[in-house]
Design a protein around this ligand. Structure first.
Ligand code: C2E
Ligand code: CA
Ligand code: CA
Ligand code: CA
Length: 275
């Protein structure tokens, strides 16, 4: 599937050529890194607040660079987007998440794995067709995290494509809610089942006066729209307690676990089960 996806990437070389020197070098390395298997998915669990159960996890990409060590996505995803490498990179993450999901299933853990999808891919028909084919042909339970800002770019095609994802069982989550451009008009139309409150509001939850109000009204809004709420960036027991009282459905953050490599994640799940 990836060899096939590669044929569609003809404009990539041109896009890379147009980048400033440093970004160009990084993009060329990244192009090779995908084939060389230098990209890895780390996983961070999402815990159901009331049931205290791990029901899903988010895949967060890292680049295991041969000389520079582990590079975080903030340092290469923007370049991948500019260089038009993001389609191939994301198809790789979906393929990897499907493979990891099967391994988890065999180890007795049935979790939904969420993948981050860059905004520009929501109006990329080749991406959408390939992603749907991969997911529809697998038994994996997946979810896609997309920001609201990315929908506002090209709402008509983004909403139609999110609906196609939802139709084949992909759970759509709105990422970074409250941090970017928000529009209640779009929120209402999105086939999203989850809303993730940006960690900007969560990390200061117990030290600011306004953030608790914002978080509580966001939780109520999401519930009114029949969506589940995930709080990201939960770092303290105090935040966890407050979020639980406010009716937040799911918790994600360093308090539970940092994003960790797949094998460590399997160990984490096994130990959690015996807790
Ligand atoms: P995001 O999707 O909002 O992911 C949450 C980020 O917060 C992650 O950073 C995660 O490690 C970090 N985080 C988790 N829990 C806590 C916490 O309790 N406190 C704090 N301070 N931070 C926490 P990371 O892994 O560096 O990823 C950064 C961003 O890169 C992601 O933000 C996402 O936008 C993007 N990204 C990651 N993986 C992918 C990918 O496979 N594809 C695409 N397109 N983007 C990705
Ligand atoms: Ca995310
Ligand atoms: Ca987020
Ligand atoms: Ca973010």
């Amino acid at each position: 599937a990836l060899a096939k996806a590669r044929e569609y990437d003809k404009p990539v070389t041109q896009a890379i050529e147009a980048l400033p020197h440093d970004a160009k070098k990084l993009a060329e390395e990244l192009d090779l890194a995908i084939d060389r298997g230098e990209l890895v998915l780390f996983y961070q669990p999402k815990v159901h607040a009331r049931r205290q159960e791990i029901t899903s996890a988010e895949a967060l990409i890292r680049w295991q660079h041969p000389t520079r060590g582990l590079i975080l996505p903030g340092d290469f995803i923007p370049v991948a987007e500019q260089a038009q490498l993001i389609r191939r990179l994301t198809l790789w993450t979906i393929e990897q998440a499907i493979a990891d999901s099967a391994k988890l299933h065999n180890a007795g853990h049935d979790l939904r794995l969420f993948v981050n999808i860059s905004g520009q891919l929501l109006s990329d028909d080749l991406f959408v067709a390939n992603a749907c084919r991969m997911v529809a042909g697998s038994d994996a339970a997946l979810g896609f995290e997309v920001t609201e800002t990315s929908v506002i770019r090209d709402p008509e095609s983004a909403i139609a494509n999110l609906q196609r994802f939802a139709d084949i069982g992909i759970r759509v989550a709105i990422d970074d809610y409250g941090a970017g451009l928000s529009s209640l008009a779009y929120l209402k139309q999105l086939p999203a089942r989850e809303l993730k409150i940006d960690k900007l509001f969560v990390t200061q939850l117990t030290s600011s006066n306004r953030d608790p109000l914002i978080v509580r009204s966001t939780i109520d809004l999401a519930h009114a729209l029949d969506m589940e709420v995930v709080a990201e960036g939960v770092e303290t027991h105090a935040a966890l307690a407050l979020l639980t009282v406010m009716g937040c459905d799911m918790i994600q953050g360093f308090l539970i676990s940092r994003p960790i490599a797949f094998d460590a994640f399997v160990t984490f799940l096994r130990e959690d089960r015996h807790r």
